[in-house]
Write a protein that binds this ligand. Structure first.
Ligand code: B12
Ligand code: SF4
Length: 503
């Protein structure tokens, strides 16, 4: 069967800093190809809409799958689905990915016949039986699939992360993937899932709090096959298990693989496993994203982060000592007043790290969705990108955005201050010499993306598709009710103790 897989365009507010390869879609592409299908991938983060429209006609796909990790992309995906049906009559259109898994039935209905099925959970084990059912019938028996025939059996977890390898060879314009000065940059996955349970996050609910690891040999072999000199490790929390981090490092050392790396982890993991991170700096680890989320114990408790402010600050010292450049994330509470923003600016200017701000946003699949969703001020999918306020702000909205943009601008100026600008210029020179322009574009884009008028105007666009509200319940749902993958339904056994204290 001719299968076309599509990733929607990048969200403007994240495109400033990064644009990365859609690893999940590449793995689904590999699984479909392994099942004997002819597969083409169109990533609208780096390819034009005109190209997609042309290829929908010239390739005439019999099935079109669209990736929906991000809620904000849902209206665009529905629009692409309508277009695919018109351009390639009779083609079967399906959606899959993180966000759509939590609201599958709703999106299916909203698409008004343009979408035939939604895959909940991991795509690799679902795609072969799904495409077979498209040909032979029996959609309602495919695990993880929701269609007009109803909801199929519970989704299955992949047996092993070692295969299928992402179909990187199917991607075009790979030189457009970058993160900051790591330009160009590929991505890789060492582990899947997270054993913690932060209240604002759906990474743990998607995988039913399971945690799986690729084999060190498999991970190193895949790394060695990557052409790019820079790699983003997509794991939610890197190197939770020190022996796993050491195992991959040993395999990379043996193969003499050297690249520059960017990863995300937690303060307590960095403190506990400092030696692993130190070993990885010798292999090329340069940047680290630490989800600090709040500066005070009260905020950390509220998000159930299970770390103390003290650990967070100790982790920063450790990273500095190791020579790793850290980007810290802080969650902006819509209840913040001007004084609170001022304090954050003061903090951000007092540390050498990059400080990144995201606005607290209840997402389907998170615990806060069930406690906060009833006070949503908007249900426009496009505003659920953690850069807009979707629940009431204490400050009038315009002032809230003024403070937010002012804080973002202070942070941006700090990173592009004279000393950093000189550093940036040398990186820029090196990248331009290699024909890589992503980092250069990033440096000049900030003002056009982050501005109060634009953010406010985003709230006044006509809304065609809206998020559903959580169903009303007398008592809040239990944790298992939030899970997409439940362990009983999985044929792969999670490999780690799911209790954070035990990892
Ligand atoms: C790596 C990552 C990124 C990367 C790469 C994104 C990319 N281009 O793919 C970067 C850093 C760029 C990024 C950015 C953002 N991210 Co992000 N990201 C992740 C992270 C940590 C892992 C995703 C990943 O690659 N996993 C590994 C691959 C193999 O799995 P996967 O992508 O989920 O794919 C599997 C399934 O979803 C499914 N699937 C996926 N696509 C398809 C398609 C079809 C047809 C089918 C059948 C199945 C299918 O099958 C795949 C294989 O099993 C997730 C958290 C998580 N654990 O999921 C957050 C996450 C997806 N991100 C999130 C957010 C909020 C963002 C940002 C909006 C943050 C911001 N404002 O800066 C931006 C927006 C990016 C954009 N669209 O422009 C949220 C999503 C929230 C939501 N409900 O919308 C998540 C869940 C994090 C969280 N803790 O809440 N992100
Ligand atoms: S530790 Fe990170 S990935 Fe895990 S639940 Fe918390 S925020 Fe999500």
């Amino acid at each position: 069967m001719r299968v076309m897989l599509v990733h929607p365009s990048a969200l403007m507010y994240s495109e400033i800093f990064l644009r990365l390869e859609p690893l999940g879609l590449e793995r689904v592409a590999a699984a479909a190809r392994d099942a004997g299908h002819e597969v083409r991938v169109v990533d609208l983060q780096v390819l034009s809409r005109e190209l997609l429209d042309r290829e929908l006609v010239s390739f005439a796909p019999e099935a079109v799958g669209i990736s929906l990790n991000y809620l904000a992309n849902i209206p665009e995906a529905i629009e692409i689905a309508h277009h695919a049906k018109a351009a390639s009559p009779g083609c079967f259109v399906f959606l899959g990915g993180h966000s759509v898994s939590f609201i599958a039935e709703h999106v299916l209905e909203q698409a008004g016949g343009a979408v035939d099925a939604v895959v909940r959970g991991e795509g690799e084990p679902a795609v072969e039986p799904l495409l077979a059912a498209v040909r032979d019938g029996g959609l309602k028996d495919v695990p993880g699939v929701v269609s007009t025939e109803g909801r199929g059996p519970a989704p299955k977890l992949l047996d092993s992360l070692d295969s299928p390898r992402p179909a990187r060879d199917l991607m075009r314009r790979r030189n457009r993937y970058f993160i900051g000065e790591l330009d160009p940059c590929a991505s890789i996955e060492f582990t899947r899932g997270c054993p913690w349970d932060c209240s604002f996050c759906s990474a743990w609910t998607f995988y039913g709090r399971s945690y799986r690891k690729a084999s060190p040999e498999g991970a190193a072999e895949e790394m060695a096959s990557i052409r790019e000199p820079n790699v983003f490790i997509v794991d939610d929390v890197a190197f939770i298990r020190p022996e796993h981090g050491h195992g991959i490092a040993a395999e990379l050392e043996r193969r003499r693989v050297r690249k520059q790396y960017y990863l995300e982890t937690r303060s307590d993991v960095l403190l506990r496993n400092e030696e692993v991170f130190a070993r990885w700096t010798r292999l090329g680890l340069r940047y680290m994203f630490l989800g600090m989320e709040a500066l005070d114990a009260e905020g950390l408790d509220l998000y159930r982060k299970r770390v103390s402010p003290d650990d967070n600050f100790k982790a920063l010292e450790t990273a500095r000592r190791l020579g790793i450049m850290v980007a810290i994330n802080l969650i902006v509470d819509p209840a913040w007043d001007a004084e609170r923003f001022r304090l954050v600016r003061e903090f951000a200017l007092s540390v050498p790290e990059i400080v990144h701000l995201t606005v607290m946003t209840p997402y389907p699949g998170t615990e806060i969705w069930h406690t906060e969703a009833r006070q949503l001020t908007t249900r426009d999918y496009r505003l659920f990108d953690i850069q807009h306020a979707v629940v009431p702000t204490t400050l009038p909205l315009e002032e809230f955005y003024r403070e937010l943009v002012r804080t973002q601008a202070v942070l941006n100026r700090k990173h592009l201050g004279l000393r950093n600008a000189i550093g940036a210029m040398s990186v820029l020179g090196r990248n331009l010499a290699r024909g890589q322009t992503n980092f250069a574009r990033m440096l000049w884009k900030f003002g056009s993306v982050y501005n109060v008028r634009r953010q406010l105007a985003d709230h006044h666009r006509p809304v065609r598709y809206e998020l559903p509200l959580p169903e009303h319940r007398a008592t809040p749902p239990g944790r298992q009710d939030l899970f997409i993958h439940t362990r009983a339904a999985s044929h792969a056994r999670p490999q780690a103790d799911p209790e954070p204290d035990g990892v």
